[in-house]
Structure formats: structure tokens, C-alpha cells
Design a binder for this molecule. Structure first.
Ligand code: 13P
Ligand code: SF4
Length: 335
């Protein structure tokens, strides 16, 4: 069985799809979904995107309710940017290993120990950590934002050490890295990837910068989920290897049914270990219940929200500035 296929049927005689569509209208709700969500959730969403796209949508929507199909830090971001909206997350346990790696008290102490550094923080963190940060970045905006920071400014980059390491190598900026990892991207195996490449010699490898350097070293393209998707859609190859959470291949397969997309393998030679267990907590049934009951809802202390909003506003402003490159671009060559 394809491990990416989730459930999408009925709940005790309820036609889930029909009910979601009815409730979406009745509630004036918008359904936002990340590319790592199950195919049926991506297909019913009003908008599917990467972390930056989803933040922008959440900030701009005139819906009354945002049903956020992603993980908690994403739904919190929507609430921070659109406090007047009801933001529901189908499963409140949808966390993130990067967020877990960076408790606010330890991050605060780290900042205090490095008072001459600014904190450039990946969006995959809690609202408390956002409130302790200067500028938030996503994988699609990090390089452009970094290019706007003076070269003599010392920087802490948290919580993803692989994204931070990649950015440091690509831009030559020496950043102090927090030691967090994404458990999903950490699970790819270099040995198995090399075996797969040998089996498909012409297949390009598209990788997310949350992957360890040993995986990125073999990539033909490195970028955010939206950048990987754009690269896949432009491929001239009949086979493409994808080193990120495999649900993104749903969009690739829909766009190019004649191309074979293969998920990069984990140590067992399979890609099923790379499914994000947090993203997988959201289901069609839970989305239906969230729209029906308007629960579970993101609730946030107003002082915390206003403090966290500063670093997010900075991201939105710098990501839209007319300087820099806009994405992580091609991998570093010659090393
Ligand atoms: P992007 O979609 O911004 O590339 O981020 C991936 C991710 O980590 C989602 O959790
Ligand atoms: Fe967090 Fe990784 Fe899952 Fe994204 S894929 S939500 S970074 S654990």
C-alpha cells in the first residue's frame, strides 16, 4: 500500500467532503494546507503552499475562519498575523521536532550569552521563541533576508542546524547555530541515496535544506518545498528523486503524470520513514470536526502575540524587498 494515501471516506454516514464544503461556505472559512499534508487534504484546500506562502495568505485573507492544515507553529503564525480570525488546527498535537528542540528558556539564555548577536530564527519554532527573535525566516526567504543584514553583524541562527549550515556555506556568513534537526529530513540515508542514484543515473535529486549536508552534497537543486515543486515541474527528465517529505510528490504527480517521482530513501531503503508524523495527525475527519465545532482553536496571549509579530513582520517586509535573490537557488558548486 502507498503509505502516503490517507483516509477520506465517511464518518458514520457523514459525507466528509460534502460537509467540509458546506461548512467552509457557512463559516466563511478558508482552508490552508502545507505540501506535506495527505493528498485528499491538499485537494480540498483553497490554497496549498510553503511556509512563506501560507503566512502571506493567512495575513491577507478576508475569511472569518482559517482552518490550518499543517503543524502548530504554522497555525500560530496565522493567528499572530490575523488575530481577529478564528484559527483552527485539526489536531493540536501536530508539533514539530525543530520547535521541540528549542525551548524558550534555553533560547533566551543562549541569546543572553551572546548579546552582540541578532537572532535570525527559522519559522519552525514556538510563538515564545519568535517573540525572543529579531527576524523570522523560511527556507524560501532566508537567503534574501540574510543578504540584507550587514556583513559585520553577528548572527545566531536557530533552530535548524542543517538549514543554518547550508546558508552559512552558501553565503559565507559565519553564524552561531542552534543544534536542532527535523526528524524527517534527518532520516534520509546517503548510502541508500547513492544506490538509488546508481539505479537512475540521469535522475536529478531535488532536496530541502533541512536535509543533512551529506544528502545536500548529492543534490542538483536545493530549496523550499515551493522551489522544489517548481523545479520538478520544469524537469526534462523522466525520473526525479525527491529528498523531502514525500506528500509533496502528490502535486508533482498531478502536474506531470508521465514522470516518475521517487522519494529519497531512509536507512531501510524505503521512503515511508520520511513521512512527517506530526503533519500526518491531521485527517479529513478531524478537519470536518474542526470546521463543525470551531475547535481546536489557537488561543494566544495578546502581549506574546504582539511581541512575536515584530519578528514575523520583519520577515514579511524583508522577503518582499526588491533586493537579493528570493530563494536558496542552486546548490553551492565546486565543493
Ligand atoms: P517550507 O514549506 O517552507 O519549505 O518548509 C518545510 C517545512 O519544514 C514544513 O514543516
Ligand atoms: Fe517539523 Fe520536519 Fe515535520 Fe516540517 S517535516 S513539521 S520540520 S518535523
Amino acid at each position: 500500500m502507498d503509505a502516503r494515501k490517507g483516509i477520506g471516506g465517511s464518518l458514520a454516514g457523514v459525507d466528509i467532503r460534502e460537509e467540509i464544503n458546506r461548512l467552509r461556505k457557512e463559516r466563511n472559512a478558508v482552508i490552508l494546507a502545507h505540501y506535506y499534508q495527505a493528498p485528499e487534504i491538499q485537494d480540498i484546500a483553497d490554497f496549498v503552499g510553503d511556509s512563506l506562502d501560507l503566512s502571506r495568505k493567512a495575513a491577507d485573507t478576508d475569511a472569518d475562519v482559517i482552518a490550518f492544515c499543517g503543524v502548530k507553529f504554522m497555525a500560530e503564525t496565522a493567528k499572530i498575523l490575523s488575530p481577529e480570525k478564528i484559527v483552527v488546527l485539526p489536531d493540536m498535537n501536530a508539533g514539530c521536532s525543530l520547535e521541540d528542540s528549542c525551548p524558550p528558556d534555553k533560547f533566551k539564555a543562549f541569546r543572553e550569552a551572546n548579546p552582540d548577536h541578532i537572532a535570525l530564527t527559522y519559522i519552525n519554532c514556538s510563538a515564545d521563541v519568535k517573540a525572543l527573535s529579531d527576524i523570522i525566516v523560511t527556507s524560501s526567504s532566508a537567503e534574501k533576508i540574510l543578504s540584507q543584514i550587514p556583513l559585520d553583524q553577528k548572527i545566531i541562527f536557530a533552530p535548524d542546524k542543517h538549514l543554518g549550515g547550508y546558508l552559512a556555506k552558501k553565503t559565507g556568513r559565519d553564524m552561531l547555530l542552534w543544534p536542532g534537526v527535523c526528524i524527517v529530513h534527518e532520516a534520509f540515508s546517503e548510502t541508500e541515496l547513492l544506490k538509488l542514484k546508481a539505479k537512475h543515473p540521469g535522475a536529478p535529486v531535488l532536496a530541502h535544506p533541512e536535509c543533512p549536508a551529506a544528502i545536500l552534497d548529492h543534490a542538483d537543486h536545493i530549496g523550499s518545498t515551493s522551489s522544489i515543486l517548481a523545479e520538478a515541474k520544469a524537469t526534462e527528465s523522466d525520473t526525479v528523486i525527491v529528498a523531502t517529505e514525500p506528500h509533496i510528490m502528490h502535486q508533482m504527480e498531478k502536474a506531470l503524470p508521465e514522470v516518475t517521482f521517487i522519494g529519497a530513501p531512509g536507512a531501510d531503503g524505503n521512503c515511508s520513514c520520511n513521512i512527517c508524523p506530526y503533519m500526518a495527525l491531521n485527517t479529513m475527519e478531524k478537519l470536518y470536526i474542526a470546521l463543525r465545532d470551531l475547535e481546536p482553536q489557537i488561543v494566544m496571549d495578546e502581549e506574546l502575540r504582539l511581541q512575536a509579530k515584530k519578528s514575523l513582520d520583519k520577515m514579511l517586509e524583508m522577503a518582499s524587498a526588491t533586493v537579493g535573490q528570493g530563494d536558496l537557488g542552486p546548490p553551492i558548486s565546486g565543493d
